[in-house]
Design a binder for this molecule. Structure first.
Ligand SMILES: [Mg+2]
Length: 464
């Protein structure tokens, strides 16, 4: 699909020119003449990159940029500010407004196209991460609950400071200038040789890497290319420091995955502003990834006890039944319910109830084998699936667990106060092709009911 560019400039002739250049690259281009329309358009359309004129009546480029970057709906869209203003103060003002780049008119075509392509692919990486996260969550939860709010937390405000930056430049003077530019707001480690850079990469969870394109002791483009090959570093922000005559190598570095740049002689504040943006982006990607991992885990783990939850059990039992059939293995199921748990809650409060649930879970885990599946089925009810275990052996395991719970009182307070806890058990086993997880759980539940009826604190089995 072609890259969708929104060009905003108050001068129609400028727009015509830009549009002609971009259309020649097969980009799809939308032109607008003021900032307000641009905000509205970005909120309601898919845009991959915005080109924004700085000097416009009404909302100027800085203000439009700031508005786009402060709205979560449009925050990810890369923005390139275009201006005839040559002063460094404007550049830095633009970058501080959240612009991803700042190009001076007349704009060099090659630089513009290469920058658009590069920023569009960075946006795509972010979008892919979001799509993967949400799809993964859908697969686990089989429903759309909470998905809309899912990525919002990951985007809480971050000023892009206090990142961990690795600087690889073989010229000590250049490296020193980079460090000076960033030391006030980032943590910097400088290396002068490629082997040190390669070793350092794995020594820390870096937020960004800076590479001197003028390195002569080794080929910086080859280094960049190797750096970006493994998946773990593919999205690591990488800023290159180029000399004005390095134009070609700079474009090549964008193709190889560099995400930002400065050209010497640069203002220290410009490097600092660009670095904040890279650190921010890296943290956002990392947050999204962690959020996804946590969500996947939460979808199958009971947060209070750390045991598996019912959803996981129901899915896993189907697999265990398949294996039992295929390999003719025994399979037993145990349902366990804490006796008079409501009374414990009523007398001691829910906090103590939670302590009891956690300690019971701990004793369950301790008494089972690693291959057994233990889950909190709901409330004070637990289900354990014992693989390769026949009914008699399962009854012995339940009896052992029953004694473990009964014999050692539960400590419920820091002052050492205790409560006695008992539990009742219902056991059954898998009986073959005609049997099912639903039928097994029903039989185990009937056995549990009989254990309760018979006075609690006991194990009852029901073979079939
Ligand atoms: Mg203008």
């Amino acid at each position: 699909m072609s890259i969708r560019v929104l060009a905003v400039d108050d001068i129609q002739a400028n727009l015509k020119l830009l549009s002609a250049r971009l259309t020649a690259e097969y980009y799809s281009v939308k032109s607008l003449t003021n900032g307000l329309e641009a905000l509205d358009y970005c909120r309601n359309n898919q845009v991959d990159v915005v080109l924004l004129d700085v000097v416009m009546p009404g909302l100027d480029g800085f203000e439009t940029c700031r508005a786009l970057k402060s709205d979560p709906a449009t925050r990810d869209i890369p923005i390139i500010l275009l201006t005839a203003l040559k002063d460094d103060a404007s550049r830095i003002k633009g970058l501080n407004a959240g612009a991803d780049d700042f190009l001076s008119k007349p704009v060099n075509d090659v630089a513009l196209i290469s920058r658009i392509r590069n920023l569009a692919s960075q946006k795509q990486a972010l979008e892919d991460m979001r799509t993967h996260s949400i799809n993964a969550l859908r697969r686990v939860s089989n429903q759309d609950e909470n998905i809309d709010g899912f990525t919002e937390d990951a985007e809480s405000f971050d000023d892009g400071r206090n990142g961990q930056i690795l600087v690889f430049d073989d010229d000590p003077i250049t490296a020193e200038k980079i460090t000076r530019s960033l030391a006030a707001e980032q943590a910097i480690k400088t290396v002068l040789a490629e082997e040190d850079a390669s070793a350092a990469l794995h020594s820390c969870d870096w937020d960004a890497v800076i590479i001197g394109l003028s390195n002569t002791s080794s080929d910086p483009l080859a280094f960049l290319s190797r750096l970006k090959a493994p998946l773990e570093f593919r999205h690591l922000p990488t800023l290159v420091v180029a000399k004005p005559e390095d134009e070609k190598r700079l474009q090549r570095s964008f193709e190889l995955g560099a995400t930002n740049y400065v050209v010497t002689p640069y203002q220290e504040r410009e490097l600092a502003a660009r670095m904040r943006r890279e650190v921010w982006r890296h943290r956002m990607l990392r947050e999204l990834r962690l959020e996804m991992e946590n969500t996947l885990e939460l979808a199958v783990i009971d947060p209070l006890t750390g045991l598996q939850n019912r959803r996981f059990l129901e899915r896993q039992m189907a697999t265990l039944i398949d294996q039992s059939l295929r390999y003719q293995r025994d399979l037993s199921v145990m349902i366990m319910d804490i006796d008079k748990f409501k009374t414990i809650n009523d007398i001691h409060g829910h906090a103590v109830g939670d302590v009891v649930l956690k300690e019971v879970s701990h004793r369950i885990r301790r008494s089972l084998r690693g291959s057994d599946l233990a889950c909190r089925f709901g409330g004070e009810e637990f289900v354990c699936v014992l693989a390769e275990t026949e009914l008699d052996v399962a009854v012995l395991a339940a009896e052992r667990l029953r004694r473990e719970i009964e014999s050692v009182p539960f400590i419920i307070n820091d002052d050492g106060s205790q409560v006695k806890v008992t539990a009742s058990f219902g056991i059954t086993q898998f009986t073959g092709r005609h049997d099912s997880s639903v039928a097994m759980l029903k039989r185990a539940d009937e056995a549990l009911y009989r254990a309760k009826e018979a006075g609690r604190n006991q194990v009852i089995s029901k073979a079939a």
